[in-house]
Structure formats: C-alpha cells, structure tokens
Design a protein around this ligand. Structure first.
Ligand code: HMG
Ligand code: MG
Length: 311
C-alpha cells in the first residue's frame, strides 16, 4: 500500500452500538459485521470485553467473537476484528479457549486510556496512572499470546469533566502506550470539540515530540460537524489511519454530549475525492448504513450515504 492508501478502522459495531439504550439483537450485530466485511473494510472493531453492568450493550461480545472465529464472514480481503479490553478479566475473554464455546482467540485487542483524569475516572473507574498499571500486564499477556494491541487515547482536545487537555499530556499518554507495546495509537476527540486549529496543534506536538506519524490514527466524533475537516488536518500531517462508524452511529456512554463517530460513508467519499485509496466500496457501505439505521430505528447520520443512494 502506497502513500495514497488510507486504512479505515470501522468502529460502528462497537463505538456505534455501545451507547444504544435498547439491546440490539445478537443477530443484527453479527449481520452488521458480516455486511461491513463485504465492503472492502480491513479492520472492523467488533465488540468489547468490559463489565456488562457498565456497558450492557456489549455483554454478548464473547458470542460475537466465537461466531466470527467459527464462521469467518466472506470478505474480498483479510479482515481483522479487534475487541476492546480494559483489564485482565477482559483479556481472558479474548484468549484462546479450550472449553465451550471453544475458540482460537482474538487476533487483536484495544486498550483505552484517557488524556484527562476526569474521564479516566468516569470511564475506567481509576486514575490515568492506575489505568496504566492495569494495562501493563494486559499488553504483556496479549503479546505473549500473539494478540496485537492497539491503544486509544480519549479526550485529546478537551474533556467535559477536566477542561482543555494540554497537548503535552496527549504526547505523554501516547508515548506510554507505544512503549508498552501498542502498534498504533488512536487519538480520540471523544466529544467532537476539536477544530482544524486545535487538531493541527496536537498533531504537531505529537510529531515534534517524537511520535512516528505512521503509528497514529485519528478517531474523531462528529458532534459539531467538524470531524471531516479535522480528518483533513490529520491527513495533511501524514496520518493514514482513520476510525469511523457506518451511518455515523454512536457515542460514548461515559462522555456526556458525545454523539457518533464521523460516518464511514462521509470519510470514504472525502478520501476518494482527494485522490486517496481506501479499498472500500462506497456504494456498498452506504447500503449497510441505510440498513443498520433502519434496523435500529435511528436517523442515518451520514450525509453522503443517503445522497448517493437517492441518485
Ligand atoms: P470497576 O467497577 O472498578 O471494576 O470497573 P471491578 O474490577 O471492581 O469489577 C466490578 C464488576 O465488573 C465485577 O463483577 C467484575 O467481575 C466485573 P461483580 O463481582 O460485581 O459481579 N468486571 C468485568 N466483567 C466482564 N469483563 C470485564 C470486567 N471487569 C470487571 N472486563 C472497569 C472497572 C474497567 C471494568 C469498568 O469501568 C468498565 O468496564 N469500563 C468500560 C467502559 C467502557 O466500555 N466505555 C466505552 C468504551 S471507551 C470509548 O468509547 C472511547 C473510545 O471510543 C475512544 C474515544 O472516542 O475517545 C475508545
Ligand atoms: Mg469513540
């Protein structure tokens, strides 16, 4: 893949659905992942092994992993299905299992840290420092088992609980995740409050702070409609990995005011329009966006999908 290739990490089945109040049936979740697999996407975040009393919507993630391993969805290219893991208990669910339901284990997990103390407490029930003490054995054990680890940093611009995030804090947390063994770190503008200026300042702080841009991903929520223009700033700074959610589904249960991620349809349309390649079939992914919006009774938050399908 050349310099004009952008990897899209589809987070709809996880970030997109985790905030839904009504439990989405397992069959619908699996169908969503299968439909997305057929669009050319290479990474589809499929669930999270977190405490079910914290995020009930993700409680069936073990069934999803088992299903994906037993019946890999037909796809035009190899697809990776990462799962979020906050602690060792969560990792147990990702590891190979000998007992029913047996499975050979997830190939990738994501740990999620915060750049703000307030959100760390809300989301992980512990300080940033304690969260790293808990992540260290998770990453070590995952790597021992051949499981790749991605890292997230939340609230990279500002936090509803702690206020504006100093870019140096994001640099520090990002470096710690990389040193711990994450192969990539995804920068979460969890509440979508970033603008082209603040994102540019952050990107430059990371790059000047010695973080290789190849290891960075942008994870922008679209609460204020700025996610695409913010992705443009990431792209201009050399980022080639972007997270998005089909139909713009989503929001974080522990971040007040946070709505969905940038829509995959809008991101793909934008990237193709500026000459980048994604391997994603825009029409197919637009159809998935229309289908899932209908299936869960939600407004389609993509602009591009409905416009394209109306033609
Ligand atoms: P805690 O309550 O401090 O944990 O929560 P605990 O160790 O005291 O355990 C409490 C109970 O949870 C126990 O059960 C544990 O067994 C159980 P009980 O004895 O009471 O019946 N438990 C678990 N069960 C299943 N899987 C596990 C697990 N761990 C404990 N892994 C904890 C701490 C981290 C568990 C909790 O805070 C939690 O689950 N947090 C996850 C919150 C979450 O999923 N947030 C959304 C994802 S992050 C996000 O959306 C941001 C992102 O998109 C980037 C961005 O946009 O910025 C990634
Ligand atoms: Mg998110």
């Amino acid at each position: 893949d050349g310099k004009d290739f952008v990897k899209i990490v589809e987070v709809g089945p996880r970030d997109g659905l985790q905030n839904e109040k009504t439990i989405v049936p397992l069959d619908t979740k699996i169908s969503l992942i299968e439909r997305l697999s057929a669009t050319g996407l290479r990474v589809i975040e499929a669930g999270s092994f977190v405490a079910p009393k914290w995020v009930p919507q993700m409680a069936d993630s073990t069934s999803i992993l088992t299903h994906l391993l037993r019946s890999p969805p037909p796809a035009p290219q190899p697809v990776t299905y990462p799962f979020l893991v906050p602690n060792l208990k969560g990792l147990e669910s990702a590891l190979p299992r000998a007992t029913p339901p047996p499975h050979p284990g997830a190939s990738e997990i994501s740990i999620f840290a915060s750049a703000s103390e307030g959100f760390s407490l809300k989301n992980l029930n512990c300080s940033i420092s304690t969260s790293f003490d808990r992540f260290a054995p998770v990453v070590a054990k995952a790597l021992e088992n051949g499981i790749k680890v991605r890292g997230y940093v939340s609230m990279v611009i500002s936090c509803p609980y702690s206020g504006d995030t100093p870019p140096e804090k994001v640099v520090e947390v990002t470096k710690r995740l990389l040193e711990m063994g994450c192969y990539e770190v995804s920068l979460g503008d969890t509440t979508g409050v970033g603008n082209p200026y603040s994102i540019d300042v952050l990107m430059k702080a990371l790059i000047e702070g010695g973080v290789p841009v190849e290891k960075l991903a942008c994870h922008f929520h679209d609460t204020y409609g700025q996610a695409i223009v913010n992705c443009m700033v990431g792209l201009a700074n050399g980022v080639r990995v972007f997270d998005s959610s089909v139909a713009g589904l989503g929001g974080c249960p522990y971040a007040k005011g946070a709505t969905g991620n940038v829509a995959t349809e809008d991101l793909v349309y934008f990237l193709h329009s500026v000459g980048m390649k994604t391997g994603v079939d825009l029409e197919k992914v637009s159809e998935v966006g229309a289908w899932i919006s209908e299936a869960i009774g939600r407004k389609n938050n993509s602009k591009v999908g409905p416009a394209l399908l109306a033609k």
